[in-house]
Each structure stands twice: as structure tokens, then as C-alpha cells.
Design a protein around this ligand. Structure first.
Ligand SMILES: [Zn+2]
Ligand SMILES: [Zn+2]
Length: 247
């Protein structure tokens, strides 16, 4: 059903076009701000409905505000995504062919890794094995910087992981491209990259770090929720909302 949009909807959408992704908490604040600015009644618990109204008008333009979880903090986020081109080709206006080839290789490294990360050394080695025009070391480093700036990758201590925005936007592509290689989190059923893995070889389920924190909170001895083997990893603390860093 297509509904008329008000100025408060349009303001929200314009902001999303600028920032690309926002946490649910920030989205609520933005929603309130848009309603106040345009003197419209605001029902804080109706953000979903508000976004649905925007999405109904975005559909013909092959865009959507899609919800997904951050692997860093376990919080829900909203990202404005392109639904027409779900694969990497949607990046062709911003990146050259050889840059996209390297980005695909970085995705391969991240998807096939156990911890959802690719080291800069491995990425530089991959750059040496490109079939299209090779990127020099400095060019690779520049590209990595841009991929982080454009919110496709996140970097921490020389290791790169897929950003929340990338996971939300590229999910259909990643699922189609990597199929069996991509596992979902046993707890939240979203795709899992940065996670802990059950060490029982006949089990091997994955659980996101924030899902681990929530699931095992307050349990004396952690056991795998699938096979009941001892869970040998360090259980992270549940991170509080107000202490979150911005993603
Ligand atoms: Zn999870
Ligand atoms: Zn297990």
C-alpha cells in the first residue's frame, strides 16, 4: 500500500541518504526531531510504521530502509539500501574494475576466515594475485582507506571486517555468492562473520560475539546450545547502549 509522505518523512529520508546507516536508537531520535521540526505528532514506538511508509514510496525507485544487526555491539541498525543491484556492481560508479576485483578478494578472505576478519598482509598478498591491472602497495592502502570511509569495511589494528552497512546491503549477494560457506548465528539466525565457533568438529555452530554475551550471561558453565559441549571461549560482557561507539 502506498501512502502519502509528509515533510517529516522526507526529512528523515534525506538524512538517511546523507548518513547511509544509523543505529535504532539514533533513528528514534531522528524520527522525533523530524516530527518536531514539522509539527507532526510523534509516537516513539511507531518508528517501524513510519519507516514502512517511507519504504512503500521508495519501492518503485529500488531503494529500501532495511534493518539489520551490528556484529560489533548487537544493536539493530537501519541502512538505506539499493534493491535493484544487490551485488558489487552497484559500486561501479565509485570504484574502478581492478579495485572491485580486490574488494571481491577481501570478501573471499573474510567469508573464509574463522573470525570474520582479513589482515592487511593477506589483503596485500591478494593484490599481488590480481588478474586485472595490479594495484601497487600504496594504491591498495588508499583503496582500503576509501572502503572504510565509504562504510563498506571497518578497520581495527590492521584487520578488516565487513561493516554493518555492507552486511545489511550485500546480504542477498553474499548468500548467493558464498552459499554453504556462509553460516548463520545459532542464536539470532543472521549471517555470522565475527563470531565464536563451537570446537566440537561434528557441531561447529557459530554465535556472534554480542549474542554470546547475551546468551551466556549469568550462566555458571557455558555449554554449546546445539551439542552441549563445553563452550571454551571467553564470554564477552554485554555492552550497554550508552557506551557504544558510533558505527
Ligand atoms: Zn547472532
Ligand atoms: Zn556445539
Amino acid at each position: 500500500m502506498s501512502r502519502q509522505l509528509g515533510d517529516h518523512h522526507r526529512r528523515f529520508l534525506q538524512t538517511m541518504m546523507t548518513i547511509g546507516i544509523t543505529s535504532e536508537k539514533e533513528a528514534k531520535t531522528l524520527y522525533q526531531h523530524c516530527c518536531e521540526t514539522h509539527k507532526t505528532q510523534c509516537a516513539p514506538d511507531r518508528l517501524e510504521e513510519f519507516i514502512e511508509a517511507i519504504n512503500s514510496r521508495l519501492q518503485p525507485m529500488f531503494m529500501q530502509i532495511r534493518k539489520g544487526m551490528s556484529e560489533e555491539d548487537g544493536q539493530q541498525h537501519y541502512a538505506l539500501v539499493n534493491t535493484a543491484e544487490t551485488d558489487i556492481t552497484r559500486m561501479t560508479s565509485d570504484y574502478a574494475d581492478n579495485e572491485l576485483e580486490l574488494f571481491r578478494k577481501i570478501m573471499d578472505l573474510i567469508v573464509s576466515s574463522e573470525n570474520g576478519k582479513a589482515s592487511s598482509t593477506d589483503i596485500l598478498n591478494s593484490a599481488d594475485m590480481m588478474t586485472s591491472k595490479k594495484l601497487k602497495k600504496g594504491e591498495t592502502q588508499q583503496l582500503l582507506l576509501r572502503l572504510v570511509q565509504d562504510k563498506w569495511l571497518c578497520e581495527s589494528q590492521g584487520e578488516y571486517n565487513l561493516s554493518t552497512r555492507c552486511i545489511i546491503e550485500m546480504e542477498p549477494y553474499i548468500r548467493a555468492m558464498y552459499q554453504d560457506q556462509v553460516k548463520v548465528c545459532h542464536i539470532c539466525h543472521n549471517m555470522a562473520f565475527q563470531c565464536q565457533i563451537c570446537e566440537n568438529p561434528s557441531c561447529g555452530i557459530k554465535i556472534h560475539n554480542p549474542c554470546v554475551a547475551r546468551y551466556f550471561k549469568g550462566r555458571m558453565e557455558p555449554h554449546c546450545p546445539a551439542c552441549d559441549d563445553f563452550w571454551p571461549h571467553e564470554i564477552p560482557e554485554v555492552r550497554e547502549l550508552h557506551s557504544l561507539s558510533k558505527r
